[in-house]
Write a protein that binds this ligand. Structure first.
Ligand SMILES: Nc1ncnc2c1ncn2[C@@H]1O[C@H](COP(=O)(O)OP(=O)(O)O)[C@@H](O)[C@H]1O
Ligand SMILES: [Mg+2]
Length: 159
C-alpha cells in the first residue's frame, strides 16, 4: 500500500480511527514505535509510517525556524493521524542524529522543543526530527538560539 492509498483508505472509512487501525493491521502493519501520545505503525519494506494519536494531535502547529532543516513535514496530518516518511530509528543511529541536531541548535532549544533521541532518526544519513513539542518559554529561546546558530556558522566559515 502506498501512502496515498493509506490516506484514501482513511478517508473512505470516514476517518473512523478504529476501523482504520484494524484495516491497516489486516494489511500487515505492525506496531513500530510508541510515544506518550502516538502509536506508530509500519511495515518492513515501507518508507512511511502511520501514527495514530491517542489525544488530539497538534502537529499542524507551525514548525519553528530553528528545526525547519531537520523536521520531516508529514505527508498528511489531521487531529487523529499522521502519515510521515519513515526514519531509521535504530538506537545508535537515533542517538547520533540527536547528537548532531543538538550540536547545531543547542541544548536549550532541544529542551524547549522536546527534541531527544526518541524523536530523532536519520533519512539517507541525514539527521531528522519527526516529532517535537513546544514546551514552556520557547519563543524566547528560539530567538536566542537562532542568533547563536548564525554566529557559530560564521565562525565555522571563517576558520
Ligand atoms: N517518521 C518516523 N520514522 C520512524 N519512526 C517513527 C517516526 N515517527 C514516529 N516514530 C516512532 O514512534 C514513536 C512515537 O512517535 P512520536 O511521533 O514521537 O509520537 P509521540 O507524540 O507519542 O512522542 C517514536 O518515538 C518513534 O519510535
Ligand atoms: Mg515523540
Amino acid at each position: 500500500m502506498r501512502k496515498s492509498q493509506a490516506l484514501k483508505l482513511y478517508l473512505e472509512l470516514e476517518k473512523n480511527l478504529e476501523s482504520f487501525a484494524s484495516e491497516i493491521k489486516k494489511r500487515g502493519f505492525i506496531k513500530f514505535g510508541e510515544g506518550s501520545y502516538k502509536v506508530t505503525y509500519s511495515k518492513n519494506k515501507l518508507n512511511y509510517v502511520i501514527k495514530l494519536c491517542s489525544s488530539v494531535n497538534d502537529e499542524f502547529s507551525h514548525v519553528p525556524q530553528l528545526i525547519k532543516n531537520f523536521y520531516i513535514p508529514p505527508y498528511f496530518c489531521d487531529e487523529q493521524i499522521v502519515i510521515q516518511q519513515k526514519a531509521n530509528t535504530n538506537k545508535v543511529i537515533a542517538q547520533r542524529a540527536y547528537f548532531k541536531i543538538k550540536q547545531k541548535i543547542g541544548i536549550p532549544a532541544c529542551e524547549s522543543l522536546d527534541i531527544n533521541c526518541r524523536n530523532c532518526g536519520e533519512i539517507n544519513k541525514k539527521p531528522v526530527v519527526f516529532d517535537f513539542c513546544e514546551l514552556r518559554g520557547f519563543d524566547e529561546v528560539d530567538e536566542r538560539c537562532l542568533e547563536n546558530m548564525k554566529k557559530k556558522d560564521l565562525t565555522r566559515r571563517r576558520s
